[in-house]
Write a protein that binds this ligand. Sequence first.
Ligand code: HEM
Length: 420
Amino acid sequence: MEIAVSWWFTLVLGVLPLMMWLLWSWNELRFLAPLKARSSATKLPPGHMGLPYFGEMLTFLWYFKILRRPDDFIKFKQDRYGDGVGMYRTYLFGSPAIITCSPSITKFVLQSADLFRTSPSIELVGPNCLVAVHGKPHTRLRSYVSNAINRPEALKRIALHVQPRIVSSLQSWAEKGTVRAFDEVRKVTFENIGKLFVSFEPGPILDTLDQCFAGLLSGMRAQRLNFPGTAYHHALQCRKKLIAIFRTELEKKKKNGNGSETTNDLMDGLMHIRDEEGKKLSDDEVLDNIAGFVVAGYETSSLVSMWALYYLAKFPNVLRRLREENMAISKNKKGDFIYHEDISQMKYTNKEPAKPGTYNVFGGGPRICPGNMLARMQLAIFLHYLAIGYKWELINPDAKITYLSHPKPEDGVEIAFSKI
Ligand code: HEM
């Protein structure tokens, strides 16, 4: 009896607190101790790396998903660790990480690619994807990729390619009368991506690809647990499927003499581009980066169009100025569509690019979004046709916002939509 009591006593007073301390400190000991051991002068940002494996995911989900007050996640850190440094250490999405919350520190981090690395799941993005490579290989790959998307000829061609679908989608929204803007912009964005990136027309293959990308994106925002039933496991299956579809297309293009004459899409662009020494990208580099473009450009572009609809409905004075500018351009244009030159005249629509050192939605430094010109241009075209031809109202102007995986109104921005 006495032995049992002293056993419980030791457990409650000794072992349990020790276990809890170990759980609480595990990530700190595991990741920070080696850095401190290398140099005792090493200074680390304040913060805490949370529990083993999960890190601060539970706190993160609490603020983002349950409370729906993402700013308070940062505020909580500022209250706890002070807000002098503008940077906190943490552990999120299966990886040690930092959170920056001051413009100068964010700029410093974005400019210091040698000190701070992005750490996407290589299994999901592929080892040759731009976001997964670092240093010199990154600079090399980036010049290919930027050339393929940002060359003026590429942008001119894209400007014409995306318009028919934007025009016909807006007409179909007006016929329906009420639409969920997020679903509709996603649809038109993906159809344009299919056409621009791999010359796919709407149909079963594009639908399969859409489902695969949805699965892949969910896995990227999930804990990296790989067994049947998890989002991460499903994402890996989706990646396999979509790479197989792209590979079949690439082989077809190679058989047809690289296909550039007939299709001239982004995959052709990546297959043809050569560096100064005349070297081309490997097949795997082409495939990983085509998939990477879709991951980077699909959700982002859809969300930005959705938010444009939302805020223009809330700020009619901005819509009025946008309409004036675009009406003037549409009166002077010669053909049915607007051209790259017309878009560059849209001073109000385009808004000035962010000044160096200020917040830029496209990031900064050596990894600044290489698709930013393309994204801006597509948005300008979308705004043009919206402003000159349509009016719309939010059905639920006070809809709550959800914050994961990205901020969006709960109703997906339901609008009543009609011709002017
Ligand atoms: C409104 C739409 C978009 C937004 C807001 C956006 C934003 C971003 C941001 C914030 C980054 C990280 C930058 C950094 O780390 O400094 C990024 C990277 C990237 N974006 Fe975009 N993006 C958009 C559209 C696109 C499109 C349409 C494409 C391709 C067609 C694209 C391709 C990429 C790629 C490949 C990277 C990785 C760059 C690298 O690691 O070097 N993005 N984007």
